[in-house]
Write a new protein. Structure first.
Length: 219
């Protein structure tokens, strides 16, 4: 059974690739994992020896088919645990990411499959992130962010891609949670401001950086 460190590296590489076959630089991996470049390089060499990644010393790293399969397995556990903690145990969506980071490495496939059954085989987690199927299929719907979507068009919040508890709490207070209908009323590029009107709530003004973290889809 892979160690939690191996699983964390593979999951992070997958999230950084997001379907792109381009190499991920060692510097970016080191920053994402919170380690010095030498530590990241040593771990990547170990993963390469195990056939989980392809490593080019001056280029970077990408997942192999086996590495991608394991990364999706870990993501499936993580996102199902998050949804279980929210839907069944009643935890707030802003606090489940850290809990799932711990539980994803210890929970058995048998328990995960049972959680999947109890939840009705959901397709997304509390933040709108797609949950990989048991066979490793990911239904990643096309989305755009509030920073670049059309104005005065009915849209629906699909995902919130920042897992920081403070940002998630802000999104909740602002009515910008997955499933909510929204409309961008105006966008001021010079000021870096976006005015958004969630259905049933007051309009809120977001900075461009915050608007980029909230993904929407046609409604």
């Amino acid at each position: 059974m892979p160690s939690s460190t191996v699983e964390n590296y593979l999951k992070q590489i997958y999230l950084m690739q997001q379907g792109d076959e381009a190499l991920i630089s060692m510097g970016h991996i080191a920053i994402a994992m919170g380690v010095v470049p030498g530590t990241a390089t040593s771990m990547i060499k170990t993963l390469a020896d195990s056939g989980l990644v392809e490593y080019e010393p001056r280029g970077g790293v990408r997942l192999t088919t086996g590495g991608r399969k394991l990364a999706l397995h870990v993501l499936r556990r993580h996102r199902l645990v998050e949804l279980f903690l929210v839907k069944v145990l009643g935890l707030d969506w802003s606090e489940v990411h850290a809990e799932a980071e711990e539980l994803e490495h210890s929970i058995s496939d048998k328990v995960i499959d049972r959680i999947d059954d109890v939840l009705g085989h959901p397709s997304v987690d509390p933040h709108g992130d797609p949950i990989p199927s048991a066979k490793g299929h990911v239904n990643d719907r096309p989305t755009m962010s509030l920073a670049n979507c059309e104005t005065e068009t009915s849209l629906r919040v699909a995902r919130v891609i920042d897992q920081d508890p403070a940002f998630l709490q802000f999104a909740s207070r602002s009515g910008l949670t997955p499933g909510v209908s929204v409309k961008v009323e105006s966008r001021e590029a010079v000021a870096g401001a976006v005015s958004v009107k969630p259905q049933g709530a007051k309009a809120v003004t977001l900075g461009t950086a915050a608007a980029q973290k909230i993904l929407v889809e046609p409604y």
